[in-house]
Structures are given as structure tokens and as C-alpha cells.
Write a protein of this length. Structure first.
Length: 213
């Protein structure tokens, strides 16, 4: 019975990613909208900190996984949708914020970073089967977080007119521990749902040609 359940799970996860790869652009857009909604939902996990205008939120988790679920391009599009609809007034940023004011908010750089982070994670995951194991996924999630930090720190420095030290103390260092935990959880989820067989033209698919799922 256990083997049957495991085989069904392996078949299901392969079928999903194979299905995703074959979707039309319109249907991939629907999937991207869905992941934007999940990111908005995760953003409501919101913990303000007294010493920085940047809160701890769950939206990073949604951004990291959007590249996995939607692929590189549409993962980026999902985060672009999240940003644009929020700017247009949908109150789904951290703390139920929304509207044009977010452009001048200290967190704007992080929101822009989500787009690039999802793109890189999705592209590298789809490119190599070997990148779908836990340690590889954890490494990609760390890269994604660093991209978010880079854009976030730049945006924070511009908005609050801070120097390098203040920017790091308010926009990067307080979040390293919690983002490592987020990256670990995200990698655990992604590595468990990603098939270890080819659903795309991966560059290393010959190395895993014996894998069915």
C-alpha cells in the first residue's frame, strides 16, 4: 500500500510539471495570477519591528515558490502582477497596504526584487534536473533571498536616505536568520514536489534518463 501511494505521488508531481510546461501562455498567466494571490495572502503574515520600517512577512516565501510553480518567466510575471495590482490599490501588501504610496515606501525595493528572484529560481530549476534536490534548492533559495536583499537595500537607502551601515542594520541583518528558515522550508517543499525526471529540455537530462518521475 505504501509503495502504491508513493508511486501515485511521484506520478502526480511529474504530471503537474509536465502539464505546466505544455500550458498555453494564457493558462500560464492564470497560474501566475494564482501565485500572485498566494504571495498576497502570505504577506498578511506581518510582524513589524520597532527599529526598522521593514517588517518580517511571509511574502518572501510566496515569491520564492512562484518561480518553482510557474517557471522562470511566469514566476517573474506573477510577482509583477502582485506589484502592479498592489500599486493600483489592491490592499495585499504587508500590513494590508496598497496604492500608489507604496512607490515611496521603504519596502518597494524588496517588492521589485521578488520579480527577479522568482525569475532566477524558476529558470535554474527548469534548466537542470540536478537543481531539484534539496541542497541545490536550498542554494537557489539563498540566491533568491540575496537578490531580494540587493534590491530591497537599494530601495530602502533611497527612500530613507541611509548610508551602507544603516541600510544593512535596518534592511538586511535583522532578517538573515528568519529568511534562512524560510529558504529551508521553501527548499523542503520545492524539492519534494519537483520531479527528478525530465519535463523540459534540461541540459543534464541524459544523466537522469533512467528516472521515470
Amino acid at each position: 500500500m505504501e509503495n502504491v501511494l508513493v508511486n501515485r505521488w511521484l506520478q502526480t508531481r511529474y504530471a503537474f510539471f509536465h502539464w505546466r510546461q505544455e500550458l498555453s501562455s494564457t493558462k500560464k498567466l492564470y497560474l501566475a495570477i494564482g501565485m500572485a494571490g498566494i504571495t498576497g495572502l502570505m504577506a498578511q503574515i506581518y510582524i513589524p519591528l520597532p527599529f526598522t520600517p521593514v517588517p518580517i512577512t511571509g511574502q518572501v516565501f510566496g515569491a520564492l515558490l512562484s518561480g518553482i510553480i510557474c517557471g522562470g518567466l511566469f514566476g517573474a510575471i506573477s510577482q509583477g502582477i502582485y506589484l502592479c495590482l498592489g500599486i493600483l490599490g489592491l490592499p495585499w501588501f504587508a500590513g494590508a497596504k496598497g496604492g500608489l504610496n507604496i512607490i515611496g515606501d521603504p519596502t518597494i525595493g524588496y517588492l521589485i526584487g521578488f520579480i527577479f528572484s522568482a525569475f532566477i529560481i524558476g529558470k535554474l530549476t527548469d534548466r537542470k534536473i540536478g537543481n531539484r534536490k534539496f541542497l541545490s534548492q536550498f542554494g537557489l533559495m539563498i540566491i533568491g533571498v540575496l537578490i531580494i536583499y540587493g534590491f530591497g537595500a537599494m530601495g530602502l537607502a533611497v527612500v530613507i536616505h541611509s548610508g551602507l551601515k544603516e541600510t544593512l542594520l535596518k534592511g538586511v541583518i535583522p532578517f538573515i536568520g528568519v529568511d534562512l528558515i524560510k529558504s529551508c522550508f521553501a527548499a523542503g517543499i520545492s524539492s519534494s514536489i519537483l520531479p527528478k525526471a525530465s519535463y523540459n529540455e534540461e541540459v543534464d537530462k541524459n544523466l537522469y534518463s533512467s528516472n521515470k518521475y
